[in-house]
Design a protein around this ligand. Structure first.
Ligand code: UDP
Ligand code: MN
Length: 307
């Protein structure tokens, strides 16, 4: 019978292979959002029950592309079981158009439809271009008041200001669910502020030590509204936290955040702010010259049709 002899060199090779496999497994375990693993967190029943509720606050106003924008968002909501949508119409009353979008997505008990009209004098403060149209101020504040009187004080939840025309990855909501009580989570935003990506700068301990903003970098928080979400308890702790008409364009984010956090207390998410999971896209203004001509003749292409 021949004897099987294991040489020291073979043992060494085996050990190296073993260590390599161990390292790979470890690395995968640490990955946050590069692969479809994140879906597990969202759809495993036991985890779904423990995920904090995310209150997404969306100001919206009537224009030709409104239904298209909201339909797109409503389909995202169908994929995120722990989202509650507070949609605030910039209008004198809530509309059937918006309600129908919500109902058609099956969001029956996962939305709150509110309305408040931006006073026309605020929209027309046109002399200084920095003061034109503070968008969504009134609407976001109304939603915050609703939350303060309706949300469960004792239950951890997240608040996210979600404009109706941006593009959001599903993974963003998984990341947001990791926000700890008392904290504000932060991540990069694509296609904003004149850059491909606007993002916080972190030190070796993964603390926020600055921002890469090119547009008005002197702002206390030079970031977009889509760059952060807030632990709900902070809104109970600081009841005066709100948006304001009294600040210049681009300062709404700094205005709300100054009540709630400091930069070094921000909780970096999305792979330590290396992944882009939201883009500040803007929809082109719809051209309707032929429609206008038609309507001058007393006709219209959408007679009896909701577009
Ligand atoms: N918005 C609104 N009333 C307005 C203009 C905007 O409620 O008169 C909403 C809009 O639907 C969006 C948010 O406010 O959800 C931000 O507006 P917009 O996307 O136009 O801002 P920007 O892209 O310039 O940041
Ligand atoms: Mn926008």
């Amino acid at each position: 019978m021949s004897e099987v002899r294991i040489r020291p060199r073979q043992v060494l090779v085996l050990i190296i292979v073993f260590i390599f496999v161990l390292l790979m497994v470890h690395r995968n375990g640490k990955r946050t959002c590069q692969g479809p693993e994140y879906l597990q967190a969202m759809y495993t029943k036991s985890l779904t029950d423990t995920l904090p509720k995310i209150y997404a606050i969306t100001p919206t106003y009537s224009r030709p592309a409104q239904k298209a924008e909201l339909t797109r968002l409503s389909h995202l909501f169908m994929l995120v079981p722990n989202l509650h949508w507070i949609i605030v119409e910039d209008a004198n009353s809530t509309t059937a158009l918006v309600r129908n979008v919500l109902l058609r997505a099956g969001l029956t008990d996962r939305f709150t439809q509110l309305n408040i009209k931006t006073p026309p004098e605020f929209k027309l403060q046109g002399k200084d271009p920095n003061w034109i149209k503070p968008r969504g101020v009134e609407q976001r504040n109304l939603a915050l008041n609703w939350l303060r009187s309706h949300a469960d004080v004792d239950r951890h939840a997240i608040v996210f200001f979600m404009d109706d025309d941006n593009s959001y990855a599903l993974e963003l909501f998984v990341e947001m669910s990791k926000i700890k009580p008392g904290r504000v989570g932060i991540w990069p935003v694509g296609l904003v502020g004149g850059l491909m990506v606007e993002r916080p700068l972190l030190n070796e301990e993964n603390k926020v030590i600055g921002f890469n903003a090119a547009w008005r970098p002197e702002r206390p928080f030079p970031i977009d509204m889509a760059a952060f979400a807030i632990s709900m308890d902070l809104f109970f702790k600081y009841p005066q936290a709100a948006f304001s008409y009294e600040v210049q364009r681009g300062y709404q984010e700094s205005e709300i955040l100054r009540y709630l956090t400091t930069s070094d207390q921000l909780q970096p998410l999305a792979n330590n702010c290396r992944d882009v999971l939201v883009w500040h896209t803007r929809t082109e203004k719809t051209k309707l010259n032929a429609e206008e001509m038609l309507q001058r003749q007393g006709k219209r292409s959408d007679e009896g049709i909701e577009v």
